[in-house]
Design a protein around this ligand. Structure first.
Ligand SMILES: *[C@@H]1O[C@H](CO)[C@@H](O)[C@H](O)[C@H]1NC(C)=O
Ligand SMILES: *[C@@H]1O[C@H](CO)[C@@H](O)[C@H](O)[C@H]1NC(C)=O
Ligand SMILES: *[C@@H]1O[C@H](CO)[C@@H](O)[C@H](O)[C@H]1NC(C)=O
Ligand SMILES: *[C@@H]1O[C@H](CO)[C@@H](O)[C@H](O)[C@H]1NC(C)=O
Ligand SMILES: *[C@@H]1O[C@H](CO)[C@@H](O)[C@H](O)[C@H]1NC(C)=O
Length: 655
């Protein structure tokens, strides 16, 4: 810092208040010498991605310090719009969303920041960071010059960019470069006017000095629609390929200037139902060495992946949602633990720059709290009075989440069977309009599961007038490609045999609020009506979606508790889990590859009992299996994937 007391005094005397020293600070592109210039000196960054939205705030410092100690001089993060503007004009920058504190922390630790404010971020994040309320205009063309989209973008950027402006390098802060959009060349719209509008908007808020850049796949075809005049074009590519050839793609768009790989993949993402991704350390190390040898700038994506808590995961098409863990096989695990890959990469960096002296923070200890007995509290159907604050809406045809202003979670659709179905009759979504998974019960008995792109029809039986409940789960919005306008709920009609089902009663459900307020735990709700007679016995392996509760105490007399832990779901199938009202995310051990969920210590209490609430959608363990969850000190995110079994037939217990 070249900020002297005298300068501070001068600023004070002149009545100018700037948060940081600015004298002589500049960050620019040197086209003549193919490098960045920081304060006029050649500069190369070695950076790593951390998404503050995927790491609890209490751990920001620990993770950033570990990045700093690996020899990084910069970090890269996205700003997910939907994380900060849950409803139009309603902003949230508190707690885990305190962007300004995150930037300040980077500054305090001596890390520069490469900022990617979107508005679209991809990032395996719900809808690529775009708020789902944009879909109120059903025909909106996202990531284009569509006036409705631009209006919302302008307003959001008008809020967030002024917040980050004081943190620009030239203003005394850590932010050296700012990305415009994200991999726009991979999107069908190819709307240069939109990119131009963003660049102008960013400059109008951040000043003409700011170094703006774009990032695209390392291929001419991507750079064609992704690069823009006066915005520095960079590329992204993973290890194992031809580094020289990859940078040649960047040279197609930027004949001169620094070489930059904005996303060098240290690992890869996962999907439910597909094997866990692993990228070998040796491959990462070899390509990283080649990149650094060329004098290029690099950002390791991810350095730490973290967690998609609550409902924040995205999805790819054909529909495959990403799991709760965003471990990414990165250099630090989801829980921030040091890995063999961390040390190997640090050894490579060491060959090119000095690694800071000082103590490397150790991996945080984990504690196995053991098993906790879980008791059935009530079914979802029994809980509608406490879950549906606004009461149901009647509609001839199904309404979407978006039409009822519900962004995440679950909605219940209720109607009656129009005809007798003594023999198995197809209950179908002919247009594949279940977004994304529907748990069907008839007269209170589980009848099967419909799933987007996987199971568009099940056979059911029942009588005319039987009650039909369809609980629909939003499993995460598509975050990449042309299907990001991802409406949720029943987005088209359901049919029973030849009949279109009509006269729905639709319940928007506020499950998180009900869990937080302890409503689900209130006694006396549950009456076991799973045994209601029907024409044919229900599929033995499914039961009604229901809430389960259990409590545990942090043991006395052991120092330094609570510590982080992992929750394991032996013989549970699929659902959502909260501890003390904190939504840890989705579990789906029956599909994998993720089996345990990360539980950060700060959600646990030593002062009172800790309350676990589970919404199990398919079937909880039933006798003789114990109905328990277990806290362990070891994560499992790489279980073997089992073949998918049709949901209406009995399935063995998979764990
Ligand atoms: C990598 O690509 C460069 C440039 O296209 C080429 O000259 C070189 O032969 C390639 N190396 C290998 C090992 O294929
Ligand atoms: C429904 O039943 C019909 C007739 O028994 C059968 O052909 C079909 O495969 C069944 N569909 C499903 C999804 O089980
Ligand atoms: C359901 O079908 C009706 C009649 O064909 C149609 O008007 C309506 O748009 C459909 N609704 C949905 C959500 O697809
Ligand atoms: C768990 O629930 C009990 C009973 O409602 C309550 O007294 C306790 O404070 C809760 N624990 C936490 C950590 O919120
Ligand atoms: C899962 O990962 C652990 C820890 O890295 C490893 O020991 C184990 O062999 C892996 N299991 C599978 C099925 O790949």
């Amino acid at each position: 810092m070249d900020f002297t007391k005298t300068q501070a005094m001068l600023l004070l005397l002149c009545g100018i208040t700037l948060p940081f020293a600015t004298a002589g600070r500049s960050f620019t592109v040197d086209y003549k010498n193919d490098c960045f210039l920081k304060d006029g000196e050649p500069f190369r960054y070695i950076s790593g991605s951390i998404h503050y939205n995927r790491v609890p705030r209490v751990y920001w410092k620990d993770r950033l310090l570990k990045m700093y100690m690996a020899g990084l001089n910069a970090i890269q993060t996205y700003i997910p719009w939907n994380f900060h503007e849950p409803a139009p004009g309603l902003y949230d920058f508190k707690g885990d969303r305190d962007l300004v504190s995150f930037l300040q922390l980077c500054q305090d630790l001596g890390l520069l920041v490469i900022l990617r404010p979107g508005p679209y971020i991809c990032g395996e994040w719900d809808m690529g960071g775009l708020p789902s309320w944009l879909l109120k205009n059903k025909d909106i063309v996202l990531r284009s010059s569509d006036p409705d989209y631009i209006r919302a973008v302008d307003k959001w950027m008008g809020k967030v960019l002024p917040m980050i402006k004081p943190f620009l390098y030239q203003n005394g802060g850590p932010i050296i470069t700012v990305q415009v959009e994200n991999e726009y060349g991979s999107y069908f719209a190819c709307d240069y006017n939109y990119l131009r509008h963003l660049a102008k908007l960013f400059r109008s808020h951040l000043g003409e000095q700011v170094v703006l850049f774009t990032t695209d796949g390392a291929g001419k075809s991507f750079l064609k629609c992704g690069a823009l005049e006066d915005v520095y074009a960079t590329v992204d590519f993973g290890p194992g390929g031809n580094v020289t050839a990859a940078f040649e793609a960047q040279r197609y768009a930027e004949p001169h200037g620094p070489l930059v790989n904005s996303e060098f993949y240290t690992g890869w993402l996962d999907h439910w139902g597909k094997p866990h991704s692993v990228i070998r350390t040796a491959v990462v190390v070899k390509s990283l060495n080649e990149i650094l040898e060329m004098g290029a700038n690099v950002n390791l994506y991810m350095f730490i992946g973290g967690t998609n808590f609550a409902y924040w995961n995205g999805a790819n098409t054909p529909y495959f949602p990403q799991p709760t863990s965003y471990d990414y096989d990165a250099l630090l695990t989801e829980a921030g633990d040091l890995t063999e890959k961390y040390f190997a990469v640090r050894d490579v960096i060491k060959m090119y720059k000095k690694i800071p002296d000082g103590i490397l923070p150790p991996s945080t200890p984990k504690f196995a709290y053991g098993t906790v007995e879980m008791k059935k509290l009530r079914t979802v159907a029994e809980s509608l009075d406490i879950l549906s604050f606004s009461g149901p809406v009647k509609s001839l045809y199904p309404l979407t989440f978006d039409e009822l202003n519900q962004a995440f979670g679950f909605m219940l659709y209720r109607t009656t069977l129009p005809v007798d179905c003594p023999r198995p009759t197809p209950l179908s979504s002919p247009l594949n309009g279940v977004h994304d998974r529907a748990y069907v019960t008839i007269d209170g008995v589980a009848a099967g599961i419909l799933e987007r792109d996987k199971a568009i029809s099940i056979n059911v039986t029942g009588r005319a007038g039987s009650s039909l409940d369809v609980l629909v789960e939003n499993m995460g919005r598509v975050n990449f490609g042309k299907h990001i306008n991802d409406f949720k709920g029943l987005v088209s009609n359901l049919t029973l045999g030849a009949d279109t089902l009509t006269n729905w009663v639709v319940y928007s459900l506020s499950i998180d609020e009900a869990v937080r307020d302890g409503l689900i735990w209130e006694a006396g709700a549950h009456q076991d009506n799973d045994a209601t007679p029907s024409l044919t016995p229900p599929p033995a392996a499914l039961s009604q979606p229901a809430f389960y509760g259990g409590s545990f105490q942090i043991p006395d007399g052991i120092p330094d508790l609570p510590q982080d832990t992992y929750i394991h779901f032996p013989n549970w199938r699929k659902g959502q889990v909260w501890i003390n009202g904190f939504n840890l995310g989705r579990f789906w051990p029956s599909r994998g590859p993720q089996v345990t969920l990360f539980v950060p210590a700060h959600v646990l209490s030593t002062n009172s009992v800790n309350n676990i609430t589970i919404l199990e959608l398919e079937a909880a363990p039933s006798p003789p299996l114990p109905c328990v969850v277990e806290f362990t000190d070891t994560p499992i995110i790489n279980a073997t994937i089992r073949p998918m079994v049709p949901y209406t037939r009995e399935r063995p217990n998979l764990l």
